[in-house]
Design a protein around this ligand. Structure first.
Ligand SMILES: CC(C)(COP(=O)(O)OP(=O)(O)OC[C@H]1O[C@@H](n2cnc3c(N)ncnc32)[C@H](O)[C@@H]1OP(=O)(O)O)[C@@H](O)C(=O)NCCC(=O)NCCS
Length: 338
């Protein structure tokens, strides 16, 4: 049975059952990824940025004769933002290839269509069944990134210590757990605006103005995700010349996610990129002692960033693709094949 589902009011048993399915999916499709934990999973699924909405459905087995609720074997949610719906679908490996994934997508697509949105986007992990699935539904590939993973046990910490100090004079490198301090919020948002062009077309929205940045940090905290920031302050102008952001999610606290790393155009060529990333790793070592890995996503054309990451010890992992589809076409196609 597929039904609309609200993580805010779901029972703890449902959240636990969804977590089991998510971990079965990871074990089947991404066996090197750490399993997820229950830490703030409800909040992770429920909390959104102001102006955004996430709508979810689950596929649940029938209750047992003694009234025990059935397991949640599939889930879809769609995040409505701007003029796009960003979709995520999960089907337990034990019940795949029975049409459940297609049914879940149809539920979400109909709603996105009714709400007047034009397109649906989805992140598809390379070399998993999701590629064939979305291509069979008519989604087309828009963009490919490479995920890389750094195993912290392979890091040469003394080498990293030297890298972290190799910045020319005139810049001050600062570490800010939780987010940038309020007095730097405007300068920080200005630096983030630098990558607006690069980020266009990506599903992970960045925050370019101070209020959106504050909202985005609040949202991360509510979802159980702790942000850490290292920035390079240009001492003469007070501008943020470079920044790097890492988030440690309560749902998989041994593997952190690298978010944006930016060096503002005028400040390139001074070693800031390598120094701020090295400093971040050194700080995380004491701030998050359980951390064993950091993962990052880069455009394949971003050779500079890929080179810096390789110097830090990152190993490329797999493709991470964005697909999209016109909602009306998708709904008509799926309705026609039922
Ligand atoms: C992708 C996924 C949702 C598909 O669910 P499903 O219930 O097996 O999908 P369906 O049975 O509705 O498949 C519909 C069509 O998609 C295509 N398809 C599905 N799985 C496929 C595969 N492994 N290879 C090729 N095509 C596939 C087929 O055309 C299929 O139709 P058919 O079975 O009649 O040939 C499921 O594999 C899944 O949950 N994957 C993980 C998704 C994810 O995002 N993971 C993120 C963390 S890894």
């Amino acid at each position: 049975m597929v039904r609309e589902w609200d993580p805010r009011t779901a029972s703890s048993a449902e959240i636990a059952s969804l977590l089991d399915t998510l971990n079965a999916v990871l074990a089947a499709d991404l066996p090197q990824d750490p399993p997820w934990r229950e830490g703030s999973l409800r909040e992770y699924l429920a909390e959104v940025m102001p102006g955004e909405r996430r709508i979810s459905w689950v596929a649940q087995q029938e209750s047992a004769d003694d009234g025990t609720p059935g397991a949640i074997l599939g889930q879809v949610h769609v995040l409505l933002l701007g003029n796009i719906g960003v979709l995520e679908v999960l089907v337990h490996p034990a019940v795949r290839r029975n049409g459940l994934g297609r049914d879940l997508v149809l539920r979400a697509a109909r709603r996105v269509y009714q709400e007047g949105f034009e397109s649906i986007g989805v992140e598809v992990v390379g070399d998993t069944p999701a590629v064939g699935f979305y291509e069979s539904l008519g989604f087309s590939q828009e963009y490919v990134e490479t995920r890389s993973v750094l195993d912290l046990s392979s890091v040469d910490w003394s080498e990293l210590g030297s890298m972290s100090t190799e910045v020319v004079a005139g810049y001050q490198v600062q570490f800010h757990p939780g987010g940038p301090p309020d007095e730097l919020m405007e300068a920080y948002a200005r630096s983030k605006a630098e990558i607006r062009d690069i980020e266009d077309g990506e599903l992970r929205p960045s925050s370019y103005d101070p209020q959106r940045l504050r909202d985005s940090l609040d949202c991360l905290h509510r979802r159980g995700m702790t942000p850490y920031i290292v920035l390079a302050l240009h001492e003469r102008t007070g501008e943020v010349a470079g920044l790097t952001e890492v988030v440690v999610p309560a749902q998989h606290p041994t593997r952190a996610d690298q978010y944006d790393t930016i060096v503002v155009q005028d400040h390139r060529g001074h070693g800031i990129d390598r120094a701020i990333k090295a400093r971040m790793l050194l700080e995380l070592r004491s701030a998050e002692p359980q951390l064993t890995e950091v993962q990052t996503w880069n455009a394949q054309a971003n050779e500079v960033m890929l080179k810096v990451n390789a110097e830090l010890g990152y190993r490329t992992d797999r493709d991470w693709c964005e697909y999209s589809v016109d909602v009306a076409d998708l709904v008509h196609r799926l309705d026609a094949t039922r």
